[in-house]
Design a protein around this ligand. Sequence first.
Ligand code: URA
Length: 272
Amino acid sequence: MDQATYQGIALDADTALALLDWQLEMGCDVPMTDAPIDRFDLPARVAPTAPPLVLEAPSLGAATEPDDLAARLAEAGALAAAAGDLAALAAAQEGFDGIELKKGARNFCFADGNPAARVLILGEAPGDEEDRQGRPFVGRAGQMLDRMFSAIGLARDAVDAERAVYITNVLTWRPPGNRDPSPDEIAVSLPFLRRHIELAQPDLIVLMGNIACQAAIEKRGILRLRGQWVQAFGRPALPMTHPAYLLRNPAAKRDAWGDLLSLQERLESLSV
Ligand code: URA
């Protein structure tokens, strides 16, 4: 490879690889375009000489501005309300263009597991592996989640609703670099999530981590909230530490185990 310079740094193969490693560590694991762009060979930009012309005033009833949050919320609410079952809801949410994340994501990630399950697990948003597969919680955190729930006899692939879990996220599109969802992204996703829970009708909800708590009960501080039952979406809900947090902090597994036992006990008490 020819040696070039980038901001005064000699960019030989080793340096270029080290820069790429650093970008990966910072979370830049997805290129923004399919084909590489040679930024040393871009045509010079021509500065605009005049502001763009406004050709027509918008007529009454014209399409809403894409950055108009109120209009996007109204559209999300109307689409969600019109969905009579989960398949219709998934189609409506996937078709909704009022969330920018859709443009950068690979796949729509609606839900996984058994929709008839008594327990619904609410996570935060798809990560890289979920974005590739179009299913929530299929990466390392997802494997951890499966192990946690199998310890109390529950599984996403169980046919029996008593033994099953149903899994979804606050967001159905991956935020770039796994950043936290913005308040607007949560707000436009909420009408779909509310309808999702209304249609699935779980007995209990597990709120996995801060973003799920923020969306469901408008609170953050998972280490204080975890293990205490609350009401969310009209049902009993249990905040728990996210499996990704448990992977980084194995000492927190002891509390998480206590929370799983609390969930099991609540399920049993609701059955009698
Ligand atoms: N973390 C989440 O909260 N949800 C996923 O689907 C994957 C990781």
